[in-house]
Design a protein around this ligand. Structure first.
Ligand SMILES: Cc1cc2nc3c(=O)[nH]c(=O)nc-3n(C[C@H](O)[C@H](O)[C@H](O)COP(=O)(O)OP(=O)(O)OC[C@H]3O[C@@H](n4cnc5c(N)ncnc54)[C@H](O)[C@@H]3O)c2cc1C
Length: 489
């Protein structure tokens, strides 16, 4: 029987960061990936690779992106994203429920961890366009999200895989961990299924990094509640909660917001699970510059409550709660140029029209008369004295509506008009396992289970209710590195 120092369950960002950290300490490391090689990389492969990281100015960005040119620096206001800003964002969006110890690790170790990833061969670039618009000749970054990995999520997984192989990590694809092996109270390996054969692999310690339960329709219904069975899964079909189940079965403690998840507005006719050829492009994230209406032809949320990064992850649930579980996003010609690239894909459910009345008839499932009235009332309520600026919360708002739009409120009056149909797509689940500051999984008495570590989506206690964009990958990297180092002993 083969034996390793560290067995890592999962093949996404958290898993590879754990594997690289363990290998750096001299451990022999095996990565088990349930997916075949062409679908490997979990949700990490579906991302844009955007990573939330603390930086105190352009020098820190330059350390992450050494080939940033002087010309780029001259036309860019990177601002800062300090530890205090990151803490504030985490506290605010989680309604002060984030675990203080885990949050502190996430925030304080974000920059050192990304710099360590750079040493391991992961390259980053600034997110021009999506996270900074050019206004008066200058880009200004907003919302604490400034760098992404080269090649997005697929690039990240490829760079991590290459680096892991270079550092001697063995990877077995299509190998699903199905149980943890224990000797007394200590975990000492995993039982796996590969091509319908069951076998056992011994390891001095095991790191679980196999994602949440977002791709498990039964668990979604059981824990998130009615309606979540119908959610489109934005990413990997392999994240079915197996890692969480295996740990709970040997007495691990559950932790965090088990009824909560990250879910967004997502193309109405997207497939059941993510499609790597499309990646994250089924999302429709330019709604702060649009209006959203439901089947009643009514607005139902403040589209401009905050930067997209701080609202998108909770608006999926808001769409689930609308009649028929859909929403149309409405744009006119004035803000069309601000649409993200995902509005240009072939697989959009999109209608266009030259008048609001004509558009109303084309919005399938929507009360047309009520929609026309909604637009007229909205237009009349827009404050025309405040200047529109997409780079800041501009305060250009409506007043007097049942639900006001509090930033970026432009009138919808310039043809051509466009509508995009969305439903809700689940990204990942918030509930998971309890871990301590060394990423050791805790038992029901809140004592560490010897030999068992966890990182990434399946760690509970970090996110509640909502989530600041770009934190999932950073969390996987920070806790993956901690877990890998600790597991290597
Ligand atoms: C469309 C989309 C876009 C996103 N964009 C961003 C973004 O830009 N920035 C950001 O920070 N976050 C983003 N996220 C969230 C991000 O993907 C996750 O937070 C992060 O990738 C989680 O990493 P992970 O390693 O924990 O899990 P994953 O990357 O999902 O890895 C889990 C792995 O475990 C494997 N696995 C599951 N069960 C088993 C088993 N029993 N045995 C063996 N292997 C198993 C899976 O195949 C997979 O390889 C996005 C998510 C989606 C779906």
């Amino acid at each position: 029987m083969s034996e390793y120092d560290v067995i890592v369950v999962g093949g996404g960002n958290a898993a590879f960061c754990a594997a690289l950290a363990a290998a750096e300490k001299g451990a022999s490391v095996l990565v088990l990936e349930a997916a075949p090689e062409d679908e490997a990389g979990g949700n990490s492969a579906f991302t844009a690779g955007a990573m939330r990281v603390v930086y105190n100015g352009v020098d820190d960005i330059k350390a992450l992106v050494p080939d940033l040119s002087d010309d780029e620096i001259a036309i860019t206001d990177f601002g800062t994203y300090t530890q205090d800003q990151f803490f504030d964002d985490m506290a605010r969006v989680t309604q002060y429920r984030t675990d203080p110890d885990l949050c502190e690790l996430l925030v304080t170790k974000s920059l050192p961890t990304l710099l360590w990833m750079r040493e391991k061969g992961i390259r980053f670039v600034p997110i021009y366009g999506r996270q900074a618009f050019k206004v008066d000749g200058k880009f200004k970054f907003w919302g604490g999200l400034t760098v992404e990995t080269v090649g997005g999520g697929p690039g990240l997984v490829e760079m991590l895989t290459t680096s892991a192989k270079k550092h001697g990590v063995e990877i077995r694809y299509e190998t699903r961990a199905i149980d943890l092996l224990c000797e007394g109270n200590k975990v000492n390996g995993v039982r796996v299924r590969h091509e319908n054969e069951i076998s056992e692999i011994k390891g001095k310690s095991v790191v679980l990094a196999s994602g949440g339960f977002e791709a498990n329709t039964e668990w979604r219904t059981r824990y998130l509640g009615p309606g979540w069975d119908m959610a489109k899964v934005r990413g990997s079909r392999f994240n079915t909660g197996e890692g969480i189940r295996m740990a709970l079965e040997i007495g691990a403690s559950p932790m965090g917001n088990w009824s909560g998840c990250h879910a967004v507005g997502w193309e109405m006719n997207a497939p059941e699970f993510g499609d790597l050829a499309v990646g994250d492009q089924f999302q429709k994230h330019s709604y702060p510059f649009a209006l959203m209406v439901n089947a009643k032809g009514e607005r139902f949320v403040d589209e401009g409550a905050d930067f997209r990064n701080y609202t998108y992850a909770k608006y999926g649930r808001v769409i689930l709660n609308q009649p028929g579980q859909f929403a149309w996003q409405i744009f006119d010609a004035k803000t069309k140029h601000l649409q993200r690239d995902e509005y240009n894909i072939r697989q959009c459910t999109k209608v266009t029209a030259n008048t609001i009345e004509e558009l109303a008839k084309k919005l399938e499932g929507v009360d047309a008369d009520a929609f026309v009235k909604t637009i007229a009332e909205y237009n009349a309520a827009v404050n025309q004295d405040t200047a529109f600026n997409p780079n800041v919360k501009d305060g250009k708002r409506t007043t007097g509506l049942a639900i006001d739009k509090t930033n970026w409120a432009n009138t919808i009056d310039t043809a051509p008009f466009e509508g995009y149909a969305t439903t809700y797509g689940v990204t990942f689940t918030f509930g998971g396992l309890s871990v301590n500051n060394d990423a050791q999984v805790m038992n029901l008495d809140y004592k560490p289970i010897e030999g068992l570590f966890a990182a990434g989506e399946l760690v509970g206690g970090i996110f509640y209710f909502n989530y600041p964009g770009g934190t999932g990958l950073t969390s996987g990297s920070v806790f993956g590195k901690i877990a890998g180092e600790a597991a290597a002993g």
